[in-house]
Design a protein around this ligand. Structure first.
Ligand SMILES: Nc1ncnc2c1ncn2[C@@H]1O[C@H](COP(=O)(O)OP(=O)(O)O)[C@@H](O)[C@H]1O
Ligand SMILES: [Mg+2]
Length: 324
């Protein structure tokens, strides 16, 4: 790890900002440009991983393709003492994770306004053939004037680039909280995969918790694949069925049942009164509104056990009468 005051290539380290999924993030002074920037270097777990250099190259390439207030700007990349690094603009903001911890649940208006701005940034990505695929509150910063900025294009899928999966990146097994079902099943995903992750964050802004939870990674993944699609108007006071329908449509398990793109989602947010609520008939409410065998999962196995026992008793009884 670099220390404050260290010089790394033509950068002077000023502050350790964060430890990301696979990297250490520093605020540093660029001796060439005379500006403060953000320097991303592999953390000690991934420092020898050849995929890291490729990841930073790709990240820079993606950022260079894009230009939008909701997308972080890339400045450069390189290698120093065999350590690859990435340089990005410094964003003065709070991570969406910290914001949620501090403020969620937020009002429907606040949540919708923030989600809308993120959706616009993602629409810009998708229009350029880029799918982010790792959207989560840790990868979004919110500036003091309320502008969200999407970071971390390290797992992004581009039209041309070959496939990078979690398996290529040793340290990358992050939280499954925002992973779409098709991603959990190992598919590469498309813009609707980002839409699902955005829907998850929408839900979390409105309630303070993620829609699919569990005690461990596998349990959470199973919930994404098989859990009930939540119905927010029954779960959280003050949420209209129109808004609940928007969130439910973003969180549909089958990508074909979600909004086809960010623009359609934004359109619904702008015209909430026109939203089709029929999707809520398929969406289920909180767990308590689930059919009884889901609420009491032990009923089925116990029922089977009792039936089996009965069958065995009857069989024994039948055999006995046969012998006589
Ligand atoms: N340009 C930036 N300005 C300010 N903070 C940043 C910037 N880039 C990253 N960070 C902080 O560093 C953390 C990790 O950055 P990220 O790019 O997501 O790295 P990783 O790929 O290792 O997850 C972010 O959650 C954020 O808090
Ligand atoms: Mg990250």
């Amino acid at each position: 790890m670099l220390q404050i005051g260290d010089q790394f290539d033509h950068f002077q380290i000023r502050q350790h900002i964060a430890q990301g999924g696979m990297s250490d993030i520093y605020r540093a002074y660029d001796l060439l440009s005379g500006k403060e920037i953000v320097l991303k270097v592999p953390d000690k777990m991934t420092i020898g991983d050849p995929a890291q250099y490729e990841r930073f190259q790709r990240e820079l390439e993606v950022m260079h393709t894009l230009s939008h207030p909701a997308i972080q700007r890339g400045l450069g990349s390189g290698r120093f003492n065999n350590t690859p690094y990435l340089v990005t603009e410094l964003i003065d903001g709070e991570s969406m994770r910290d914001y949620m911890r501090r403020a969620a649940p937020v009002s429907p208006e606040t949540a919708a306004a923030l989600i809308r701005k993120i959706a616009e940034g993602l629409a810009h990505c998708h229009d350029h053939g880029i799918v982010h695929r790792d959207l989560k509150p840790e990868n979004i910063l919110i500036t003091s004037d309320g502008q969200p900025v999407i970071l971390d294009f390290g797992l992004a899928l581009t039209k041309h680039a070959h496939r990078v999966t979690y398996a290529n990146l040793s340290g990358a097994a992050g939280t499954p909280d925002y992973m779409a079902p098709e991603q959990i099943e190992g598919q590469r995903g498309d813009k609707r995969t980002d839409l699902y992750a955005l829907g998850t964050m929408f839900y979390e802004l409105l309630t303070g918790r993620t829609p699919f939870s569990g005690d461990n990674t596998l349990a959470i993944m199973a919930q994404h694949l098989k859990g009930l699609v939540p119905r927010l108007d029954r779960e959280q006071p003050g949420i209209s069925s129109k808004l609940a329908a928007v969130v439910a449509r973003s969180l549909q398990r089958d990508p074909d049942d979600r909004y086809p793109d960010m623009q359609t989602l934004v359109h619904d947010l702008d015209h909430l009164d026109e939203v089709d609520e029929s999707i809520l008939e398929h969406a289920t409410g909180p767990a308590s509104a689930a059919p009884f065998w889901r609420r009491f999962p032990f009923v089925l196995p116990i029922g089977f056990a009792v039936l089996l026992l009965l069958a065995m008793i009857l069989l024994a009884f039948g055999l006995q009468t046969l012998h006589k």
